[in-house]
Design a protein around this ligand. Structure first.
Ligand code: C2E
Ligand code: CA
Ligand code: CA
Ligand code: CA
Length: 275
């Protein structure tokens, strides 16, 4: 298990390896998790100049025996089995409910809530209607929700993806390109995609400001975002030296352990208006 504070999640546990050895075991346990409401949605702060501007919804599994299990342990199985579709719908519903509550509490200052969308979820015919339903049921202002898509997902079938993204934009939600720079991103495609934001992947942020290659890449991504009129947000910001580099380079939105780990919604709510 990973060392850390009370919100640390189990990333690898040999005992878990032993008892959840087969994919089928994990899959049936995941079905039970959905049925018995064992999934939790944590929220990680996104900040700009010390102000809370957003929160990313990150799923955890509160396993009855093993405690809090991180998504790396079960998202792959959920993807393969198709369980990611109901799991993703559940996360979106919960995220919309909190976003609506924070909108009421915070008004214009309320954080925008970002929700991850997996490949299989994005391609399901039920996806756009399920987003519409989650928005309608919660009553949240759609502009308070941002969906995070990865470039690999989007570029696999560009024309289809663009049509789907336009349908999402028509609902009023924002779109963010997650893990930017790790896939096959090309300027040509990026220009065609109806995204509002680019998230610079943590792998480019980790060795800032010393690594010259990463510094060049990060500056290029920021310049590209600016020239396309897109918001840019850096993920995985852990040190004030990284923050200083990013701010000097023109990326003022960030997310990372420096500003807060993923936390239960009640803890995120305590941060509202506290800046
Ligand atoms: P991601 O979308 O890139 O989410 C960011 C991950 O980086 C989170 O890991 C977060 O806890 C971690 N992180 C944030 N700040 C820092 C930092 O400063 N340093 C380091 N070392 N790590 C940081 P987490 O919560 O374990 O999630 C892992 C991945 O699982 C996510 O990566 C996302 O791809 C996936 N995931 C999480 N929740 C969902 C979900 O509801 N649906 C889907 N489809 N995928 C999800
Ligand atoms: Ca994400
Ligand atoms: Ca990411
Ligand atoms: Ca990432």
């Amino acid at each position: 298990a990973k060392a850390g504070g009370r919100n640390a999640v189990c990333t690898f546990d040999p005992q878990m390896q032993a008892s959840l050895s087969t994919r089928a075991d994990v899959e049936s346990e995941l079905r039970a998790a959905l049925r018995d409401d064992q999934l939790r949605v944590y929220f990680q702060p996104q900040v700009q100049g010390g102000r809370l501007i957003g929160a990313e919804a990150l799923v955890r599994w509160e396993h009855p025996q093993r405690g809090l299990v991180g998504p790396a342990e079960f998202i792959p199985v959920a993807e393969e089995s198709g369980l990611i579709v109901p799991i993703g719908e559940r996360v979106l519903e919960v995220a919309c409910i909190w976003a609506q509550r924070w909108q009421v509490l915070g008004g214009a200052q309320a954080p925008v809530v970002a929700v991850n969308v997996s490949a299989r979820q994005f391609r399901a015919a039920t996806f756009v209607p399920s987003v519409a339903a989650a928005l309608a049921q919660s009553g949240v202002d759609p502009g308070r929700i941002k969906l995070e898509l990865t470039e690999t997902v989007v570029l696999e079938n560009v024309d289809d993806s663009i049509a789907r993204m336009q349908a999402l934009k028509a609902l009023g939600v924002g779109l963010s390109m997650d893990d930017f720079g790790t896939g096959y991103s090309s300027l040509t495609y990026l220009k065609r995609l109806p995204v509002d934001q680019i998230k610079i992947d943590r792998s480019f942020v980790r060795d800032l400001p010393d690594d010259q290659n990463d510094a060049v890449i990060v500056r290029a991504i920021i310049a590209m975002a600016a020239s396309l009129g897109l918001e840019v947000l850096a993920e995985g910001v852990e040190t004030s030296a990284q923050q200083a580099f990013l701010e000097a380079a023109g990326c003022v939105r960030m997310q990372g352990y420096l500003h807060g780990r993923p936390m239960p919604p009640e803890a995120l709510e305590a941060l509202l208006g506290s800046d």
